[in-house]
Design a protein around this ligand. Sequence first.
Ligand code: RIB
Length: 313
Amino acid sequence: MTRKLIVLTDPGQDQAAALLMILGAPQAFEVLGLVATAGNIDLGYTITNCLKVLELAGRSDIPVFAGCPEPMTRRLVTAEHVHGPTGLDGPDLPEPTTAPAAGHGVDFIVDTLRQAESGTVTICSLSPLTNLAMALVKAPDIAPRIREIVAMAGAYFEVGNITPSAEFNVYVDPEAARIVLDAGIPTTLLPLDVTHEMLSTRSRLDAMRALGNRCGVATAEMLEFSEAFDLEKYGWDGAPLHGPCVPAFMLEPDIFTGRSINVSVETRGQLTEGMTVADWWGITDRPKNAFWVRHGNSDRYYSLLNSCLANLP
Ligand code: RIB
């Protein structure tokens, strides 16, 4: 059955790959709209990058809504050091010829969930959770209407990437992550614990480029830009590819393994703010509020990604 998706995203090369993976699986996903989030780069760039990726895939029919320009309570922290000054450095993509849709991304989330049949819309989150949390605060009635949240967020066994204890998407807006995880909505998290197993090795990037279509080649070029920071940092034979883990889980969940646990967010720690405290061993009696994906099969992951990219222009 086709999943209706609202996609929260701040592309970011890895998220562009995730968006293209989603668009390459039209039999599985109906994308109702993208909500551009402030995160990897400022909101202006994430809006532009959403439009660029949709045009690359020939899907400018999908609306892009501007979300909040800042996290709920904190100053925005960005990641140009990874993604470059535009957030989508690598391929020379043309400036978009389309514009964002009218209206705020938070209102798009609220209105779409109120109008759709309850339990039919999935929130596909690739970014900080600011706009979903704002929607839940503004309209608590939407929480039970969400089919599930599938999000790239958090880290525990792999520790942090933007600080020693926090993953970027949660670190940018920990209050938002706490609100979302406390909302009682069926939630699956794809943390660094699993995304760090999905390495874009040279041979995998070569296979992506060898697809020969513009989306396959552009994705390889994007990842060849953004990998530099992680290759230097981790010394691995490839950079972790975070974003596509979200659509991959929805397409083929048996690629992955995990368990339902409690995940709590540190919002006040001096050294640990933004940390996702994953009660993997069930030590506390806190509610099991998330399915925490711990491992995945990277060969199947990249094969699935390429099969989706191959369906695009
Ligand atoms: O921590 C990794 C995630 O944060 C990636 O999705 C990257 O795009 C940034 O949003």
